[in-house]
Design a protein around this ligand. Structure first.
Ligand SMILES: [Zn+2]
Length: 232
């Protein structure tokens, strides 16, 4: 389906084991996502304290990557989650991105071309975006700056998601707006987050409600970031 007018895509970072439950939901509703992985952190144990709640932050094992993410897209998130806005050495920026891309391509069994910048707040610079465009095999890179918009973006190395799933009320609002949109231009609803965040306030069921709302529409293409942004 390449002649779509509306598309929905999801993007999830850090390759935590909660991705497995999320993918079950994605598959149940026939939607697709892109998962951004740090190849040097795969298999590591850990936890996070968020808003006073302890949640698992266990990274998927490298030998499980291909199986877990089958049917969805694997993409770059740097080798070890370096915030590229804080790296001053060009070679290190290229290594973090291209090294991760090569490792993940091996694990995935296909050439990985997508990316999400790691780190909150200011997590990319114009300089890093240019280096990635010119010196790596990455074809698009997502920031964490939400646009609240569905418009097609020309600048794929500074790509802005529509909405962050952490703000669920806003996500529903934006989702409903997307469903009602009668625009003649192409429209993309792009949702991003981390799957461990569903454990913080146990929002799994609410997210499933969102998937119920957004899925199963004949006039919407449900694809990975790569399929939606690059058409490949
Ligand atoms: Zn991350």
């Amino acid at each position: 389906m390449n002649n779509w007018k509306k598309a929905v895509t999801f993007s999830y970072d850090d390759a935590v084991t909660q991705d497995i439950r999320l993918i079950e939901l994605f598959n149940k509703y026939g939607v697709k996502g892109t998962f951004n992985l740090n190849s040097e952190l795969l298999g590591k144990d850990g936890y996070l304290i968020r808003e006073g709640v302890r949640v698992d932050h266990i990274k998927v094992a490298p030998e499980k990557v291909r199986e877990i993410y089958t049917g969805h897209e694997i993409a770059v998130h740097t080798l070890n989650h370096r915030n590229l806005a804080q790296v001053t050495d060009d070679e290190e920026i290229v290594r973090q991105v291209e090294g991760d891309r090569e490792n993940l391509s091996r694990l995935a069994g296909y050439e990985v071309v997508g990316m999400a910048y790691p780190g909150g707040g200011v997590n990319f610079t114009e300089h890093a975006a240019k280096l990635i465009e010119e010196r790596t095999g990455v074809k698009y890179a997502r920031t964490t700056v939400c646009s609240q918009s569905f418009d097609v973006q020309q600048d794929l190395y500074r790509f802005k998601p529509s909405v962050d799933h952490m703000n669920m009320d806003e996500m529903f609002e934006v989702g409903k707006k997307f469903l009602e949109s009668k625009s003649q231009e192409r429209q993309i609803l792009y949702v991003w987050g981390h799957s461990y965040e569903f454990d913080i306030h146990n929002t799994w069921e609410r997210f499933e409600e969102f998937l119920k709302l957004i899925s199963g529409h004949d006039d919407i293409f449900y694809g990975t970031n790569r399929e939606v942004l690059l058409g490949e």
